[in-house]
Design a binder for this molecule. Sequence first.
Ligand code: AMP
Length: 113
Amino acid sequence: MTDTLFSKIINREIPADIVYEDDLCLAFRDIAPEAPVHILLIPKQPIVKVSDATEADQSLLGHLLLRAGDIAREQGYGDAFRLVVNNGAEAGQTVFHLHIHILAGREFSWPAG
Ligand code: AMP
């Protein structure tokens, strides 16, 4: 996998508003927020997208979902949040390092656009 913007954020080569970090993942505020809370949660291990993950990533993917819930609840909107993962360019992915969008603080319509 080639270096992306997000690996530069992990390596502190470019700045970000980091809200959570542990050995496996990093969360920071999206630079162009689509909601009052818009945080990106990424694995430190560079996986391009969900469909590139393998059985070996099972525990890491579970960790990401659990931390996403924790981070979302800490933002002050209780359990009202949305998690989004764009998989592939045709589904809207623009940065090719797997990330979970954590959105909260407004109403969300369905289906997503
Ligand atoms: P996606 O379109 O699902 O790949 O999401 C990529 C997200 O990264 C978008 O919501 C962008 O606004 C966000 N983004 C791009 N550059 C940065 C940056 N330097 N810091 C924080 N978020 C960024």
